[in-house]
Design a protein. Structure first.
Lengths: 115, 111
């Protein structure tokens, strides 16, 4: 079974530029998550989708971050404009259903450096 | 105060040692609990779920104390391959089940 796919794996941009990340979850997984992991910290949930609906985006900086999950499958996360403090690893994860006990499977992440 | 707190370590132990990690959470509405493992520059992977009665998987034992809002992970007979960061994860009992990760505890097992 293929895992969670993410691209690009690495991205370097200058502050105030825009960037987009793509995630393809495990086939059939209903729930998709985007996390931000800053060096030395645990992953912080940015947004959680169930199918193509948002169920939690309370920690998403909505003035600069946006995300969508079209057709309940793959998803994109965009930052516009980027700030220095956005330098982090952006992790996408998916789980098969909607129960809280389910395992989250993570992709390899996108490492973003904002200069 | 953070919602999920862990001792960051690092824990440096010799092979064969027993080591224990602790995690405390602040939201009493938390329903599900997990330990994830994250290797350097890799993604987190589920190590084990934590059940109220406590559970064991080989050398790993996880325990939950709801009254004290405390979770623990015990690793017996440490191996070099156990070197990693261990993340405590707490999920709320809402329909969405929002997960909060601790900042992790780093373990280095030395020969």
């Amino acid at each position: 079974e293929a895992g969670v796919a993410q691209s690009p794996r690495y991205k370097i941009i200058e502050k105030r530029q825009s960037v987009a990340f793509w995630c393809n979850p495990i086939s059939g997984h209903a729930t998709l998550y985007w996390y931000q992991q800053i060096l030395g910290q645990g992953p912080k949930l940015l947004i959680q989708f169930q199918n193509n609906g948002v169920v939690d985006d309370s920690q998403l900086p909505k003035d600069r971050f946006s995300a969508e999950r079209l057709k309940g499958v793959d998803s994109t996360l965009k930052i516009q404009p980027a700030k220095l403090e956005d330098s982090a690893v952006y992790l996408c994860a998916s789980s098969s259903g909607t129960r809280v006990q389910e395992t989250q499977y993570f992709g390899p992440g996108t490492r973003l450096l904002v200069l | 105060r953070k919602e999920v707190e862990q001792d960051p370590g690092p824990f440096n132990v010799p092979e064969g040692a027993t080591v224990a990690f602790n995690c405390t959470y602040s939201n009493s509405a938390s329903q599900s609990f997990f330990w994830y493992r994250q290797d350097c520059r890799k993604e987190p992977k589920l190590l084990m779920s934590v059940y109220s009665s406590g559970n064991e998987d080989g050398r790993f034992t996880a325990q939950l104390n709801r009254a004290s809002q405390y979770i623990s992970l015990l690793i017996r007979d440490s191996k070099l391959s156990d070197s990693a960061t261990y993340l405590c994860v707490v999920t709320l009992n809402t329909n969405a089940g929002k997960s909060t990760f601790g900042d992790g505890t780093t373990l280095t097992v030395k020969p």
